[in-house]
Design a protein around this ligand. Structure first.
Ligand SMILES: Cc1cc2nc3c(=O)[nH]c(=O)nc-3n(C[C@H](O)[C@H](O)[C@H](O)COP(=O)(O)OP(=O)(O)OC[C@H]3O[C@@H](n4cnc5c(N)ncnc54)[C@H](O)[C@@H]3O)c2cc1C
Length: 457
């Protein structure tokens, strides 16, 4: 079968791109081997944030008395109903995609695994498909790394966790980074005992030490247990579940639990794509090599989303779609290098992050200003009784442009965008310092925070 364009992967970049290509009059195929919506919709952002909402409801109910609200009896979580609610939200998103595709002329959705047979030719099931332009949005999957004995035990990853409709008695989570910590707080709030086992010396090692320490303290206050510096892990079956042993550095240390979740990182879905047949280059970790406009080394083949190694988020995948569509269809030159790093860790309270960390600013050697304020100073946080965390901003001393920010506290995942927008506008921080913000909000205190800027020592 011949098409004008083929898109592989119905994750975050694939669907909007396929619809745009079809809308431009190109006969387009969208190939998906598993589930419409890919990681984010089925086993990533949407289901986890839906589960986090249930966990927060339980947390609020348990702490209702602090607000003068009387909840009679013990707060219990019905995990089957929690899962059913999550499934319904996911189903709605998938249905939305299905309807969208069905009403798009020129678009054919094909289910099956795609594999290159040549630079312009793919095999899907028993069919050969050809197109002059091919777009890869094949995403990534969980990688269980650096742990001995995994073959001998049953364990969950972020995908299989989505089928859980019961309360694990004691959940062991290997991996103290973004995915692991979101699951940790969620299951602790559902009622499980939770132990996080992290190989590094601290949680979310990519963040500044003060951010990492405060996240640790927030989670510890909720009763989550931590084993840090667990570098030499070996897992085995135990009479009551699973045993994780760390046998280097600190001497032998072990913890047993009822269930095990591995959250140790992700690898791109590129090893079974036949990239060599098409001559498409990857880096040593399997990510597809792309230029600033997301073209691979082979003319007529682009790579978008997590598999190109230029971002590991839904918003970066979607932005990849915007970049390719703008360059190809709108004559609007957009580039990946124009993108500013932004993301959130959705524990409660969340961490909103943009731009450089303090450590990165220091490493860059530039002259910078820094300001930090505890959330206890924020009226909105005190009124809500949620004062954990802090806000930290970094600006360039000379240009007065924001360099980065870490907002760890309520609404930090929303407020971060006002800083990001000024960064995109290349406006100095003084614009925000003089702006009038609504009282009483978290945003209101950001201009006050900016008034505290002082040289980064
Ligand atoms: C637990 C968890 C929570 C997350 N939370 C967030 C969050 O809150 N915010 C955020 O921004 N990001 C979050 N992410 C990351 C986000 O889900 C991903 O970055 C995003 O889904 C990547 O989109 P993508 O289009 O690159 O790939 P995917 O969404 O993975 O889509 C790739 C698609 O390609 C298909 N495919 C692969 N190979 C082939 C082939 N050969 N033939 C046919 N089809 C193929 C796959 O089946 C898949 O459907 C989370 C991830 C996880 C795991």
């Amino acid at each position: 079968m011949e098409f004008d364009a083929i898109v592989i992967g119905a994750g975050q970049a694939g669907p909007p791109l396929a619809v745009r290509l079809a809308g431009s009059g190109r006969k387009t195929a969208l190939i998906e081997r598993k589930l419409l919506g890919g990681t984010c919709v089925n086993v990533g952002c949407i289901p986890t944030k839906t589960l986090i909402a249930s966990a927060r409801a339980a947390h609020v109910a348990r702490n209702a008395s602090e607000y003068g609200v009387v909840v009679l009896g013990e707060t219990r979580v019905d995990m089957a109903r929690v899962k059913a609610r999550k499934d319904a939200v996911v189903r709605e998103s998938i249905e939305g995609l299905r309807t969208w595709f069905a009403k798009t002329p020129n678009l054919t959705v094909i289910y099956g695994h795609a594999r290159f047979e040549g630079p312009k030719r793919l095999r899907v099931n028993d069919r050969t498909l050809e197109a002059p332009d091919i777009f890869l949005d094949v995403g990534a999957r969980a990688a269980a790394r650096g742990i001995e004995g995994l073959d001998s035990v049953q364990y969950f990853d972020n995908s299989s966790m989505m089928d859980v409709d019961f309360l694990p008695e004691h959940l062991l989570i290997v991996g103290g980074s973004y995915i692991g910590l979101e699951f940790a707080q969620m299951y602790r709030r559902f009622g499980s005992r939770v132990t996080v086992i992290e190989m590094g010396p601290r949680l979310i090692g990519r963040e500044d030490e003060d951010v990492s320490a405060e996240v640790h303290a927030i989670l510890e206050r909720e009763g989550i247990e931590f084993k840090l510096g667990s570098k030499c892990l070996r897992v085995s079956r135990d009479r009551t579940g699973v045993r994780v042993r760390n046998s280097c550095e600190k001497g032998d240390e072990e913890v047993t639990g009822s269930h095990l979740l591995i959250a140790t990182g992700r690898i791109p879905n590129t090893s079974d794509l036949g990239l060599a047949e098409a001559g498409v280059a990857t880096d040593e970790r399997g990510f597809i090599t792309v230029d600033d406009e997301l073209r691979t080394n082979v003319p007529g083949i682009w790579a978008l989303g997590e598999a190109n190694g230029r971002g590991a988020f839904t918003h970066t995948s979607y932005n990849d779609y915007e970049i390719v569509a703008a360059n190809l269809l709108d004559g609007d030159k957009r580039r990946v290098s124009d993108r500013i790093a932004i993301y959130a860790l959705f524990i409660d309270p969340p961490l909103g992050r943009v731009g450089m960390s303090e450590a990165e600013v220091r490493k860059s050697g530039r002259k910078a200003l820094v300001a930090k304020m505890p959330m206890k100073r924020v009226g909105r946080a005190r009124e809500r009784g949620e004062t954990q965390g802090f806000m930290k901003v970094l600006v360039d001393e000379e240009s007065k442009h924001f360099l980065g920010a870490a907002l760890l506290g309520i609404e930090g995942d929303e407020v971060i965008h006002s800083i990001a927008d000024l960064m995109y506008a290349r406006a100095p921080y003084t614009v925000m310092q003089r702006a009038v913000h609504v009282h009483p909000t978290v945003s209101e205190l950001v201009p006050t925070l900016l008034g505290k800027l002082e040289p980064l020592k």
